[in-house]
Design a protein around this ligand. Structure first.
Ligand SMILES: NC(=O)c1ccc[n+]([C@@H]2O[C@H](COP(=O)([O-])OP(=O)(O)OC[C@H]3O[C@@H](n4cnc5c(N)ncnc54)[C@H](O)[C@@H]3O)[C@@H](O)[C@H]2O)c1
Length: 363
């Protein structure tokens, strides 16, 4: 039996409305069985205004009112992270399917509470990084699982954004607990876990940086937040993940992920892939792959595939799970919990001035 999916979106801010944001991504799917039926935002009149722009029928200021509408069977949560857990629990308990933006929660304790509710609910729960679902990531994963890359022993992410581009202003000033070691690393820790086969994290070493006058950190959060982060996570399968991210660096914008295998390695220039050139074409060389031949010479191989960006792929997955009446097997919150444990450990190591934190010592 076919299911009509009537979606309500909570939070009408940037990720909902920006170019390549969620509303555009849903439109790009051209799914006849999906309708964005309602928008909700606490700012008086804001949801109505945005709903009118996009031809969305219903607008709410209190999400509890939206949840009472039985015609809405699916909800996306795009509010600041410190509100995620409670809103998600309320949505799941109201019998809705839920897609929850990253960072899923503010810490692992919240994530555990939410995951228990999600696992006990019949609805679909998809939570976390949209970037994980894009076709290029699945290509890398397929190559890893097929053994083409040999032993994959490290994933690294290197990210820099300069204040010139306004990165980190706006929401970061308003919302606590959204420093670079949480809001940005939450994507990348999930990606690393996925690529490395979900190994068990053993320990974390991390250092955070912030500077007086750095506008992307709210003053009240400076004691507990950071504007630059360098971290190393060690896993029980001998693999590691290294993370470097600076959002106030006078540095060319960059966002690279590298996957190191003993037979093959991948360089993924995320910004280049997402942005394309001025004609709207994706850069062909935004993903580069290198392989050792039989004589241990290195060859560059040319990957032929389309890259995806935005939220199209995660919505395709969310809607497919609802259509099939099946829980997500990719991002159902289980990896989200490990991600939050690692982010907690990063936070703790930063607070300890860079001392190694053993995962088994975390409560
Ligand atoms: N996947 C990505 O690449 C990506 C990028 C940016 C942001 N995000 C995530 O999306 C979420 C929202 O970020 P944003 O940039 O759109 O923020 P934003 O501040 O632009 O929008 C958030 C909106 O939520 C509304 N809101 C807050 N509490 C609410 C509540 N209880 N009920 C209804 N509305 C409420 C606010 O009024 C605001 O309009 C965050 O979790 C953020 O981490 C993800």
């Amino acid at each position: 039996m076919s299911v009509q999916i009537n979606l309500g979106i909570i939070g009408a801010g940037k990720i909902t409305t920006r170019p390549l944001g969620q509303l555009e991504s849903i439109q790009a799917l051209h799914a006849p069985d999906v309708q964005v039926k309602a928008l909700c935002d606490v700012v008086p009149g804001f949801a109505r205004k945005v709903a009118d722009q996009y031809g969305i029928e219903m607008a709410f200021e209190d999400y509890h009112e939206m949840l009472k509408d039985d015609s809405i069977n699916a909800v996306t949560i795009n509010t600041p992270t410190n509100s995620h857990k409670q809103i998600a629990i309320d949505c799941l308990k109201a019998g809705k399917h839920v897609y929850l933006e990253k960072p899923i929660t503010i810490n692992a304790a919240e994530m555990k509470e939410l995951l228990d509710v999600a696992n006990a609910s019949p609805g679909v729960f998809v939570a976390g990084s949209n970037g994980l679902f894009q076709s290029q990531m699945f290509l890398f994963k397929k190559m890893i699982d097929a053994g083409e890359m040999g032993e994959v022993y490290m994933v690294s992410v290197d990210r820099a954004a300069s204040l010139r581009d306004g990165y980190g202003k706006g929401i970061r000033k308003k919302a606590l607990n959204e420093g670079i070691s949480k809001h940005s690393a939450s994507h990348n820790v999930e990606w690393a876990l996925f690529m490395l086969g979900d190994p068990k994290p053993v320990s974390v070493v991390a250092k955070g940086y912030y500077k007086e006058g750095n506008t992307s950190i709210p003053e009240s959060a400076r004691e507990e937040d950071d504007d630059g982060c360098i971290a190393m996570v060690l896993f029980d399968n001998n693999a590691s993940f290294t993370y470097k991210a600076f959002r106030a660096a006078p540095m060319r914008d960059r966002y690279d992920m590298k996957i190191y295998g003993d037979k093959m390695s991948v360089e993924y220039d995320v910004h280049k892939c997402y942005k394309g050139d001025q004609f709207g074409w994706f850069y062909k060389d935004c993903i580069r792959m290198y392989r050792k031949d039989d004589f241990v010479n290195m060859q560059e191989i040319d990957p032929h595939f389309d890259v995806e960006r935005g939220h199209i792929a995660i919505y395709r997955h969310f809607f497919d799970c609802i259509r099939r009446g099946e829980k997500s097997t990719i991002s159902n919150g289980e990896r989200g919990l490990v991600t939050m444990q690692i982010l907690d450990a990063i936070e703790k190591s930063i607070a300890l001035g860079g001392r190694q934190v053993m995962m088994e010592d975390l409560k």
